[in-house]
Design a protein around this ligand. Structure first.
Ligand code: COA
Length: 255
């Protein structure tokens, strides 16, 4: 397991910490693979009843590593990012998220697959896919409009601007916003409550919520195919190159 993903099980709660401080916890292929492995292993581990996911420092995660997008973009469903998205979308145990800071791109869309989401008051979320020349992923083009309605989803996805934890709560992505220093104790307390519940009833409740929400992996896979195509597009290459060169992107030449 890469040191950029830390795992620790205590009181039947598996805490997964995204830990790549120097890059605002941007996710590399190795990190996606480690996250997928941790989530999948928990499915079959009777010693784990709840998963708690958080980030180190001032970021939850700044999303996919942009250098990885440029240098080794995913080309099919067998890549670590797909394994991670499938793992989180099919996880059998309860997932609690403690959003401690920046949650960009997949940092926000992964929350749609968590059961209970808590955020620090200073956390900032963002869905910058269009700004990067790509499209929504992780089933977010399906899940967001169902959660908050078309117009609010369109605002977040089309403008792609950062938004506050309070707005995240208002639109239904976040259960509760708490003071920064209270975040982990609060999320831990909730995880402890879930860990004390009858485990089979909890697992079945999670499965029923998912099934009756009618979210399917096919919806995510259709999106994923567009996403992978877009990663190779001139628009996306311009956006990623501009980020690496620390300049604003220029989309004026595209039709
Ligand atoms: N991929 C790769 N590197 C990233 C990154 C990402 N998603 N997010 C941050 N980093 C790196 C920066 O390149 C920088 O590296 P350097 O110190 O080697 O130059 C370091 O992390 C710190 O980031 P910096 O931009 O200097 O910090 P900031 O506080 O000014 O801004 C962010 C932080 C996260 C707002 C900004 O880095 C950002 O917008 N990142 C891209 C987010 C994104 O678009 N993610 C993809 C979603 S699909």
């Amino acid at each position: 397991m890469t040191s950029h993903i830390l795992t620790e099980t205590k009181e039947q709660i598996l805490t997964i910490t995204i830990n790549r401080l120097e890059k605002k916890n941007a996710l590399t292929r190795a990190m996606y693979a480690a996250l997928a492995e941790a989530i999948n292993q928990a499915n079959d581990d009777p010693g784990v009843r709840v998963l708690l996911i958080t980030g180190s420092g001032d970021s939850f995660t700044s999303g996919n590593d942009i250098m990885d997008f440029l240098q080794q973009p995913p080309t099919d469903e067998t890549t670590p990012v797909s394994h991670f998205l499938q793992a989180i979308a099919t996880a059998q145990k309860c997932l609690v998220a403690a959003v401690n800071g920046l949650a960009i791109g997949v940092g926000t869309t992964m929350l749609l697959h968590c059961d209970l989401v808590y955020a620090a008051a200073s956390a900032r979320l963002q869905l910058p896919f269009v700004n990067l020349g790509v499209v929504p992923e992780a089933g977010s083009s399906y899940l967001l409009p169902r959660l908050m309605g078309h117009q609010r989803a369109a605002e977040l996805l089309m403008l792609g601007e950062p938004f506050s934890a309070a707005k995240g709560q208002e639109v239904g992505i976040i259960n509760e916003v708490v003071a920064d220093e209270a975040l982990l104790p609060h999320a831990w307390g909730v995880a402890q409550k879930l860990a004390a519940k009858p485990p089979a009833a909890l697992r079945l409740t999670k499965a029923l919520l998912r099934e009756n929400g009618r979210f399917t992996l096919e919806a995510m896979q259709r999106e994923g195919a567009h996403f992978r195509d877009r990663l190779q597009s001139p628009e996306a290459i311009e956006a990623f190159t501009a980020f690496m060169e620390r300049r604003p992107p220029d989309f004026s030449q595209f039709s």
